[in-house]
Design a binder for this molecule. Structure first.
Ligand code: 5GP
Length: 348
C-alpha cells in the first residue's frame, strides 16, 4: 500500500485570479478553436464543448440545436442504424461535423460503428467509451479501430492519469476522455472508492496528451459555467457536459408531471434505470454505478448554452484572454475554501 500526499483539486477548490486585460467586451472573445488531430490528420474548427453521450443528453435533437452554436454532440450508442440513417439523410454537413458516434468495445459495437460511419464522410468523430479506461481491452480496441479507420478522429476513455492518457494516444487515439467519478449522476466513488478530483485529472492528463501532440476532453463534474471555464483553464481542449445540458426539450428524456410541475428523468448510463432499459436489468455480478434523478423541465437548451458560452467569454475577459488557448496560458488558479455567496439560496 502507498499513499500519495500531494493534494488533488476539484473545481470547487479554486477560483481564477483576475489579470490586467486589454479586452473591452466579451464580444471580443473568440471561443472557436481549430485542431489538426494527431493520427487522423483531420482538421476541425468549432466551439470545443460537447454534449455527453448519455441517452437523455446526446440525442439527435440536441445535435440539431447545438450545431447552430458550433458545439458538438456525442450521440449516445442506443440509436439503431435505421435511426442513424434517417438522421444523416435529414441533417446538413455542418451538423454531421458536430457529431460523435459513440461505441462500446464488443464485436457487435465495432460492426455497428463501422456501418454508422459509412453513412457519411462528414461523420468524422468516433467516441470509444468505457467506464474503466484502464482495461487492456480498450487499448486493443483503439488499435483495431485505428487500423480500420485511419482517417477518423478517435476519442477514447475514460482515464484520469497521465500514464494511461499516453498509452491510449500511442495506441491510436487522437483525443483522450478524462474523468472517473465526478459526474452529476455518477456513483462510482461511493460504490467503489475509486476516483480522482477532476481539475487535477485534467491538468495532469492535458500535460501528458499535449506532450505527444494529442488532445483531451474534460468529461464530467461541471455544475456551472465557471466550472467549464476552470476545465479549459486547467488545459482541457474540449469539455463534455451531461447534467448541465439535461432536462431540456432537446435532451430526449421523458417528461413526468408531478404535483402540477414538469420534470425530466435523468440517469447515469450505468444506473439501474439504464440497465433495466438496455440490458434487461442489473447483472448479478455487478452493482449500478449511476443514479436516477428528476430534473425540473428547463425548456429549450438554447438559453442554457448561451449562458454557458457567455460565462466562459466573461472568464476570458477577466484574465485578458482573447481565445480559449490564451485562457489556459493566462490562468492562475488560487486555492480557496469558499465559492459563491448562497445566503438567499437559488435564484427564484
Ligand atoms: P456531468 O456533466 O453530468 O457531471 O457528467 C457527465 C459524465 O458522467 C458523462 O459524460 C459520463 O462520463 C459520466 N457518466 C454518465 N453516466 C454515468 C454512470 O452511470 N456512472 C458513472 N460512473 N459515470 C457516468
Amino acid at each position: 500500500m502507498r499513499i500519495e500526499q500531494e493534494l488533488k483539486l476539484g473545481f470547487k477548490d479554486v477560483l481564477f485570479r483576475p489579470k490586467r486585460s486589454t479586452l473591452k467586451s466579451r464580444s471580443q472573445v473568440n471561443l472557436t478553436r481549430e485542431f489538426t488531430f494527431k493520427h487522423s490528420g483531420r482538421q476541425w474548427c468549432g466551439v470545443p464543448v460537447i454534449a455527453a453521450n448519455m441517452d437523455s443528453v446526446g440525442s439527435f435533437g440536441m445535435a440539431e440545436a447545438l450545431a447552430k452554436y458550433d458545439v458538438i454532440t456525442a450521440i449516445h450508442k442506443h440509436y439503431s442504424l435505421q435511426e442513424w440513417q434517417a438522421f444523416v439523410q435529414a441533417a446538413d454537413a455542418e451538423t454531421l461535423k458536430h457529431v460523435m458516434v459513440s461505441t462500446g468495445t464488443s464485436d457487435a459495437d465495432f460492426t455497428k460503428m463501422q456501418d454508422t460511419l459509412a453513412l457519411s464522410d462528414d461523420l468524422m468523430f468516433v467516441c470509444i467509451d468505457i467506464a474503466n479506461g484502464y482495461s487492456e481491452h480498450l487499448v486493443e480496441f483503439v488499435e483495431r479501430v485505428r487500423s480500420a479507420l485511419p482517417d477518423k478522429v478517435i476519442v477514447a476513455g475514460n482515464v484520469v492519469t497521465g500514464d494511461m492518457t499516453e498509452e491510449l494516444i500511442l495506441a491510436g487515439a487522437d483525443i483522450v476522455k478524462v474523468g472517473i467519478g465526478p459526474g452529476s449522476v455518477c456513483t462510482t466513488r461511493v460504490k467503489t472508492g475509486v476516483g480522482y478530483p477532476q481539475l487535477s485529472a485534467i491538468i495532469e492528463c492535458a500535460d501528458a496528451a499535449h506532450g505527444l501532440g494529442g488532445q483531451i476532453i474534460g468529461d464530467g463534474g461541471c455544475t456551472c459555467p465557471g466550472d467549464v471555464s476552470k476545465a479549459f483553464g486547467g488545459g482541457a481542449d474540449f469539455v463534455m457536459l451531461g447534467g448541465m445540458l439535461a432536462g431540456h426539450k432537446e435532451s430526449g428524456g421523458d417528461i413526468v408531471v408531478k404535483d402540477g410541475e414538469s420534470y425530466v428523468k435523468f440517469y447515469g448510463m450505468s444506473s439501474k434505470s439504464a440497465m433495466d432499459k438496455y440490458a434487461g436489468g442489473v447483472a448479478q455480478y455487478r452493482a449500478a454505478e449511476g443514479k436516477t434523478v428528476l430534473l425540473p423541465y428547463r425548456g429549450s437548451v438554447e438559453d442554457t448554452i448561451q449562458d454557458i458560452l457567455g460565462g466562459v467569454r466573461s472568464t476570458c475577459t477577466y484574465v485578458g484572454a482573447a481565445n480559449l488557448k490564451e485562457l489556459t496560458k493566462r490562468t492562475t488558479f488560487i486555492r480557496v475554501r469558499e465559492q459563491e455567496n448562497n445566503v438567499f439560496g437559488k435564484e427564484s
